[in-house]
Ligand binder design. Sequence first.
Ligand SMILES: [Zn+2]
Length: 674
Amino acid sequence: MSHPKPDTFTLPRFNEIQAEQTVPALQELIAQHRRKLAALLEDGAARDFDALVPALEEMNHELSRAWSPVSHLHGVLGSPEWREAYNECLPKLTEHSTEISQNVRLYEAFLNISEHLPADSPDAARALVHQALRDFRLAGVSLEDDLKKTFSDTRRQLAQVQSKFDQNVRDATDAWHHTATSQDEVSGLSPATLERAAALAREHGCDGWRLTLDFPTYHDVMIHADDRNLRERFYRAWATRASDVGDTPQYDNSEYIEKILELRHRAATLIGYENFAEYSLATKMAVSTAEVIEFLQELAEKTRDAAQREFDAIQKIAPFPMQAWDYGYFQEKLKQEKYSISDDELRQYFPVRKVLDGLFELAGKLYGVSVNLIQEVQSWHDSVLFYEVRDETGEAIGGFYADLYARPGKRNGAWIDECVVRKSLNGETVLPVGYLVCNFIPPDANGQSLLTHQDVVTLFHEFGHMLHHLLTRIDYPSIAGINGVPWDAVELPSQFMENFAWCEDVLTRASGHHETGEPLPESMFRRLTESRKFGAGLAMLRQIEFALFDFRTHAEYDPAHGGRVLEILDEVRRDVAVTDHPSYNRLPHSFGHVFAGGYAAGYYSYKWAEVLAADAFSAFEESGIFDQQTATRFRSSILEIGGSRDIMDAYVDFRGRKPTLEALLRQSGIWKAA
Ligand SMILES: [Zn+2]
């Protein structure tokens, strides 16, 4: 095959891009767009789909492309310059999008287009107009002028406060460390954690191990640290981050939480919804707040007994009544005892390069695509890789950056984001490009990064999102890839992909001992499969706890009583959880998904989509996991369509029926046939 050239894509020039230049550039772009839109509406051309929509799509595309590196670099570098640029740009963008979504003339133009859309218009055009009209209504286009202003002020303020919430979590996390000085104190921790902590201590001129609160270290301590005091110390630090009872009260998020809930409620009621949960559902697959609560409660009821049995089994091996900082540790102990398989044992078989090769081979088998590393692409960090994706005919269809390792300042967690969205307008096609970001333990002195199986699952998950972004066939960027897809269905492609990280045929190819190259032995695979169900009930309840907390907090918000977040959290835990947490636990204060990001009144989406994903994967189990017909149907019904169709209709096209809870409960070992 010919060598692909990096200029297949127009990529951001990460070597040259300067934070201080992005603010005026973005401002200038917004000003240009404002003039273009005014001219479009002026000349009456706006009454026709072809005259208006492609022009608007071009502008949105251009703007999101300019904004993408700012938002991305803020997330992965966390430097003061990018933080400042991000915080300066965000309100300007919010203001601009609010202005557009409240533009009455534009709304009327869409109404007119909608009325005159030819009967044979393609699904995508129809869906685009339908969604645009919905979004105009959600943006308050029909409000009186003074209320419209209140609405946009509320949204602008909300964006700022959410961003401050996020910043506090990061600052509080970065501000904390604990220096361990004795071997006893660090007993049980993984060599990778110890190596990093020792290097950090040396950097700071200390002896011992400087343990920080990044997720890999925190996780390692909670699962492996034999010293109960160390676990408690870390649990407390983690569970009180950015709160009134944390070590750094200057980063307390208490007031921001109240403000965020108040602003969301105000925005929702201005538009005519009872609360923010209802407003949130306007763009989701779930139809009503009652449907969501019932869904979560039914799942909780069917899970609770299994979770209680799991908890009792763990308690049995602990020499004392367990506290919150003991669950993970003794669960891991029991898992090792039962399946004699540990994260560290598994890690030996999952060098990151080998896992990537296996993952890309799988994508090839299912969808006929090839994923190739491109060397010359510049990025924001030496460890970042760039891959190009080609279809079965050898034609490039997209590309992505992979930023895999934890670094100071980088936001925790794993995610993908859009660098460029697919666009095919006026005869010109622009290919999609994405960012795939993880926080794996960085390569050791030998350049080796070994993943846990959980990391492997995470990588498959994010790559599932990436395929959704890259395989789209939709020409209009506003409904291409993950755009315009209901939030509660957006995790379907990613959670679906996770299932393959539990298949022997896939794992054998995605593994290779870092010293011998031997793939994961069958006996280990069998123990791994058995261990999958281990703790599944407890994990399920924990997610339901988060989801109910999030949904009820937004559905029950009453301005007269404020957010009541800790009260609601207690109630939810009483109703659902089988584990206890100390009263100082401040989960909400660092719950970025809900208070800083897009999962507000939408955290249930993870479970909702998991039900869809398990049910979809069961179609592959029925036909053989690499079955071409099933894979092609999944690709064309789900992965390619973006937001161009009703997702339930599309799902029924793929599966031949609506989804049921059964596959997920069976897969987790929770289901018991009557
Ligand atoms: Zn995801």
